[in-house]
Design a protein around this ligand. Structure first.
Ligand SMILES: [Fe+2]
Ligand SMILES: [Fe+2]
Length: 168
């Protein structure tokens, strides 16, 4: 089945498809974060990943609520984009021996993940409003806000500590 199969005909179908895409992505992120936590050496980075793992588990629960409100079954649909981002992160992390350079790479990889989530939630929220589902949009907004906060924290961490140490 193609990424945009003929099953998608209406905006509502497209909304559900994209909901399934981010549902899959959030679940893949839950699978990959423990390895990121283990590999991170900077204490704040490790702690940040741990906190975001907890938040990501909440994101999945909120998505289940959105599926329910919408009247559809929570299910994931393969998302090659997030698989690629995670695969690339694992590849590069496996190649770096220096711990501080590794932390910088982990932050960069995590930001790629956050930006993927941010683009998906931004779209879903706009479509939810368009479809008259402000209730769904309000829940999705909570996830978006946490992704944005995480992204900002990662930027601050990269700028203040990790990159400087790696360059020395
Ligand atoms: Fe998330
Ligand atoms: Fe996230």
């Amino acid at each position: 089945m193609g990424l945009f199969s003929k099953d998608i005909e209406t905006m509502d179908d497209l909304f559900v498809h994209t909901l399934e895409d981010i549902f899959y992505a959030e679940n893949q992120i839950i699978q990959s974060l423990p390895e990121m936590i283990e590999k991170a050496t900077d204490a704040k980075l490790k702690q940040g990943f741990k906190q975001h793992l907890g938040e990501t588990e909440t994101h999945v629960k909120r998505l289940e609520q959105v599926f329910k409100l919408h009247g559809s079954e929570p299910r994931g649909v393969d998302c090659p984009a997030i698989d690629g981002i995670i695969e690339e992160a694992e590849d590069i992390a496996g190649d770096i021996a220096d711990k501080e350079v590794l932390d910088a790479a982990l932050i960069a990889a995590a930001q790629a993940v956050e930006h993927y989530e941010i683009t998906r939630y931004g779209t879903l929220i706009a479509w939810a409003h368009q479809l008259g589902r402000d209730d769904c949009a309000a829940i999705l907004q909570k996830n978006l806000d946490e992704e944005k906060t995480t992204d900002k924290k990662l930027t601050a961490l990269a700028e203040s500590r990790v990159n400087r140490k790696a360059a020395s």
